[in-house]
Design a protein around this ligand. Structure first.
Ligand code: PBG
Length: 314
C-alpha cells in the first residue's frame, strides 16, 4: 500500500561527487534535526561523465542538474540538492527553487602543495576550468599560464599532485567542505576575483506539484532568507546577461538589514576588458536590481564583450 505523501520520507536527489554528497548530507541532517525522515538518492549527471572537455564546450545548459530534475518530475525524489552556482539561470517551468541554504564564504582560493606559493611569482601553470577565473588570471596575473582542469575536487587535486600544475584555483566553499583548508596557499580578494553568481550556497529544487505542506516544511527548515535574497539578485543578473557558466560574468550580493548591495560585471576572455558595476537598494527589489545592473553592464560595453565571446565560440 502507498504511504501518504505527508509521512513518507523526504527523498533527496544528489550527484555522487564527494562535495555533492556532503551537501546532501548537510540537507539531510538539517531536516532530521527538524523531525523529518529522509532518504538520499544518488544520481549520475552528464557533467560527471564527460570529463575530457571543458564545461563551456559541453555546451548544454544544466549539465550537472538535468538528471536530478527528471527525478523530481517523475516523483522518484522530492527535492534536488545543487551547488547554487551550477543551477542554470532559468529553470524549467514545472520546477522551482524552494530554498537557498546559508552561504559559506564566497571567495576563490589558490590551492598548492607549496604553502609559500604566491600567484605571479616566476613561471607558473595554473589549473582552472572556469572561464571567469581564467580571464581574471589573464588580467591580474598576465604572466601565468592557464591550463584546463576539470573533474570533481578530488580529481583536480590529484592532477595537481601529479604535477600537471603549480597550483589550481577553486571556490573556498568546496575546499572548506572537503576539509582541504590546509592546502590553501592564498585567499583571493573579492575586489578582483568577484565570484560567480551563487557561489558558496546550496540550492534546493523541487517540482511545483510537490504538496504545499511539504514545500512549506522544507522551506522553513532549509531556507536562509538573507542568502535567498542575495541569490535572487545575483541570479536575476545572470539571467538578464543570458549567462550560463560558460560566460565569464560574475555577481556578488551582500545584505545588511534590508539593504542589498550587488556588485557584478563581465570580463573578456583575454582579460583585457573588465566591466564592474554596483547597485544598492531595498531587498524586496532584489530581482529588479539584478536586471537593472545587467542592463547597465550591457550598455557600458558588456554587450560587445558578450558578442565577441559568442563569435569566438561559434
Ligand atoms: N562548477 C563546479 C563547482 N560548483 C560548486 C563548486 C564549489 C562550491 C560552491 O561554490 O558552492 C564548484 C567547484 C569550484 O568552483 O571550485
Amino acid at each position: 500500500m502507498e504511504t501518504p505523501q505527508t509521512t513518507s520520507p523526504i527523498r533527496i536527489a544528489t550527484r555522487g561527487s564527494r562535495l555533492a554528497l556532503w551537501q546532501a548530507h548537510h540537507v539531510a541532517e538539517t531536516l532530521r534535526a527538524n523531525g523529518m525522515e529522509v532518504e538520499i538518492v544518488t544520481i549520475t549527471t552528464k557533467g560527471d561523465i564527460v570529463l575530457d572537455r571543458s564545461l563551456d564546450k559541453i555546451g548544454a545548459k544544466g549539465v550537472f542538474t538535468e538528471e536530478l530534475e527528471e527525478s523530481l518530475r517523475t516523483g522518484a525524489t522530492d527535492i534536488a540538492v545543487h551547488s547554487a552556482k551550477d543551477v542554470q539561470s532559468t529553470i524549467p517551468d514545472d520546477l522551482e527553487l524552494l530554498a537557498f541554504m546559508e552561504r559559506e564564504k564566497v571567495h576563490d582560493v589558490v590551492i598548492s602543495f607549496d604553502p609559500l606559493f604566491k600567484l605571479g611569482e616566476g613561471q607558473q601553470v595554473i589549473g582552472t576550468s572556469s572561464t571567469r577565473r581564467r580571464s581574471m588570471l589573464k588580467r591580474f596575473y598576465p604572466n601565468v599560464i592557464t591550463s584546463e582542469c576539470r573533474g570533481n575536487l578530488q580529481t583536480r587535486i590529484q592532477k595537481l599532485k601529479d604535477g600537471q600544475y603549480d597550483a589550481i584555483l577553486l571556490a573556498y566553499a568546496g575546499v572548506a567542505r572537503m576539509q582541504y583548508d590546509h592546502m590553501v596557499a592564498q585567499h583571493l580578494p573579492l575586489e578582483t576575483f568577484i565570484p560567480a553568481a551563487g557561489q558558496g550556497s546550496v540550492a534546493i529544487e523541487c517540482a511545483k506539484t510537490l504538496p504545499l505542506e511539504r514545500k512549506l516544511n522544507l522551506k522553513l527548515a532549509l531556507d536562509h532568507k538573507p542568502t535567498h535574497l542575495c541569490l535572487l539578485a545575483e541570479r536575476a543578473y545572470l539571467r538578464t546577461m543570458e549567462g550560463g557558466c560558460s560566460i565569464p560574468s560574475f555577481a556578488l550580493a551582500t545584505i545588511e538589514e534590508d539593504t542589498i548591495t550587488l556588485k557584478a560585471g563581465i570580463i573578456s576572455l583575454d582579460g583585457e576588458q573588465l566591466i564592474v558595476e554596483e547597485i544598492t537598494g531595498p531587498s524586496e527589489e532584489a530581482e529588479a536590481m539584478g536586471e537593472q545592473l545587467a542592463q547597465t553592464v550591457l550598455s557600458k560595453g558588456g554587450d560587445k564583450i558578450l558578442k565577441a565571446i559568442r563569435e569566438e565560440k561559434a
